[in-house]
Design a protein around this ligand. Structure first.
Ligand code: IPE
Ligand code: IPE
Ligand code: MG
Length: 254
């Protein structure tokens, strides 16, 4: 949002979610429903994934206007390998072409990209592209876009615990120092704030192994819209709802 428009919104009290401290700083999205969207149109599931990728572009670009500083999107789970070889191969090819086509635009829009998930489990060429995109946008100071690729919350906690155990075994970390502050430093998300809001599209009311530790106090929005239909207007509407939530974090309203 331009400064002028923001000033006007402040004067009129018509403040969009995310501006002026009311909105979520970190939004995480489980982008679900691509397959059903394609099937409804009599098309192969990959057609839906391609439409979904175009929506990612639109939603990332909307973040600065909506006051969202951190956007984390679930692109491929550690469980998604169970899908047909055709779909998995198509998705991997889509991730590679997305990075190839979007890298410059992301940098030019000042978007800092990070990936979370089990990287060594991915194709080597894709890993290289991921590293390059992170490097290329490392100086960007606008939206923090985190892409969860081959990501599972349980897998992340297990990998973190393994590294933590190695530090304990090597004498670098005392067991009594392992607490709620220490453990998240070993998670893939160590540099990110916890999500304030987790959105899942497509009507399913489950979290499917997404950000298990980090979402302990997130607000959830489960909406029926299928991911390829999730426009920036739908996004803005969900953010507006967030403004009316009463977050107590276990305390009582002061
Ligand atoms: C989400 O859409 C994208 C991925 C999991 C990669 P789906 O592919 O799960 O779509 P539905 O749930 O089958 O409709
Ligand atoms: C969650 O969606 C994973 C992603 C959006 C990448 P799924 O479609 O894989 O989850 P389930 O199978 O409905 O739990
Ligand atoms: Mg699904």
């Amino acid at each position: 949002m331009a400064d002028e428009a923001k000033a006007l919104a402040e004067q009129t009290g018509n403040l969009p979610a995310g501006i002026g401290g009311a909105g979520p700083r970190h939004v995480a999205i489980i982008m679900d429903g691509n397959g059903r969207w394609a099937t409804m149109r009599g098309r192969p599931r990959l057609f839906g994934h391609h439409a979904g990728a175009r929506r990612v572009r639109e939603i990332v670009r909307a973040c600065p206007d909506l006051g969202v500083g951190y956007l984390t999107i679930f692109a491929f789970s550690t469980e998604n390998w169970k899908r047909t070889q055709l779909e998995v191969a198509g998705l991997m090819a889509l991730f590679r072409s997305y990075i190839r086509k979007e890298a410059r635009a992301l940098r030019d829009h000042n978007v800092r990209v990070r990936f979370i998930g089990d990287r060594p489990g991915l194709d080597k060429k894709l890993q290289v592209q991921m590293d390059e995109l992170e490097e290329m946008t490392a100086h960007c100071t606008g939206t923090n876009l985190t892409i969860a690729l081959n990501y599972g919350g349980r897998d992340e906690v297990a990998r973190a615990t393994r590294r933590l155990a190695e530090d304990v075994a090597a004498g670098r970390l005392a067991p009594e120092c392992v607490d709620e502050e220490t453990l998240p430093k070993y998670l893939d998300t160590c540099v990110l704030p916890d999500p304030d809001l987790v959105i899942r599209t497509s009507g399913e009311a489950r979290i499917s192994n997404f950000l298990l530790w980090q979402s302990a106090y997130a607000e959830y929005e489960f909406i029926d819209t299928l991911w390829p239909d999730f426009t920036r207007e739908v996004f803005a509407g969900v953010l507006e709802n967030f403004g009316s939530r009463d977050r107590r974090f276990g305390g009582v309203k002061g």
